[in-house]
Write a protein that binds this ligand. Sequence first.
Ligand code: SAH
Length: 344
Amino acid sequence: MNRKNLFGLTLDELIAELEPLPKFRAKQIAQNIYKHGKISFDEMTDLPKNLRAELSERYEIKIAELLTRLDSRDGLTTKFLLGFDGAAVEIVLMRHDYGNSVCISSQVGCQMGCKFCASTLKGLERNLTAAEMLAEIFFVEMFLRGDGQKLDSVVIMGTGEPLMNFDALIKMLRLLHEDYCLGMSYRKITISTCGVVPAIKKLRDEKIPVTLSISLHAPDENLRSELMPINSAFGLKTLLAAGDDYAQATGRRVTYEYILLGGVNDTEEHARRLAKILSGQLANVNLIPFNPVSERNFLPPTKSAVQKFFHFLNTHGIGATIRKEMGADVNAACGQLRAKFDGR
Ligand code: SAH
């Protein structure tokens, strides 16, 4: 008989599943799994032996299957391809000087159709469940614990549009934040969206003060609609208003991501328009030099275009940073490892 996987259940779900076991036992099991990373009931030495044997017969604790792993030459970036029921999902561990961070995927594939992105080339296969998203994070936490380290922050910026998988996303974030789980502060979590405006409002109403990153990529309606189909549904103006509203409600500065595409959106005129539309907002800009994708016909910006754009924003009242390129030798841009794996 197939054993049921307990990984990803909340404490309330564990209590219901394990009934008539007393609640404190469910709590011990939750802590064993999430806090102590025990994936075999035999290791749960605070449970009576006969209970451990009974649990092992009915249940398992399965996190994720490792399909392949790639390390950057500088040792700072490790990319893992994980398998969930036949789906391949990419995550990236980045060792920054301010701590360890993981970039996770929210969907298998993506339906948003952004013109420069590899993740959306084959459309959406399916949503990831809350348990699978938690497993992506947990996999890295366990990997780091093996090295005597820990995970400090999470960015949901891999394959997929997290706000199109809203309920599973919120369930996962709340579980991640629980004391019996990793107890991760919401402030250490960043969600990146292409601009699903109604879901940004829903996220605000959840009252979990995660950092919001909005993929802007263009300073006017026409260019943005050309690059990102979502802009035809929710235009730039509505998106900026939703971003401002999120910042006001949470007191958290919104980050606007801006991919620099050589010759497309990287001139001084674009920088001027960007500074204008963001002036007065509680916002930062993160400039991302385009990471070339073989299937896409865009060029990276020149070094000098990046510097000029960056300088223009910073001297016109907009705090901007340039995304540090990490792990270019392991294809750290989203979707690229998975695309290669699928194309075997
Ligand atoms: N759907 C979400 C999160 C996934 S994409 C979003 O759109 O924000 C994460 C970020 O990577 C986005 O800003 C996206 O536009 C950017 N991105 C996609 N392809 C890229 C590429 N080839 N080079 C650089 N950045 C890329």
